[in-house]
Design a protein. Structure first.
Length: 61
């Protein structure tokens, strides 16, 4: 029960990166879109991804 009362941990490095992006003029939606895009790209760049060979074949053409 004690554990439920603890404050959630926030990574200070992430906070610094978000603050820097905001100072550069990015909106919170820009940051959100960027992170979603990177997550999507990582999904297809993973060596275990089934689509990985498909993209490699298209690049060779």
């Amino acid at each position: 029960m004690e554990r439920l009362r603890e404050k959630p941990y926030i990574d200070t490095e992430w906070l610094e990166l978000i603050q820097e992006a905001l100072e550069l003029g990015m909106t919170s939606q820009d940051i959100r879109d960027f992170l979603k895009q990177k997550q999507y790209m990582n999904q297809y760049n993973s060596p275990t991804s089934a689509n990985c060979s498909l993209f490699e074949d298209e690049e060779k053409r």
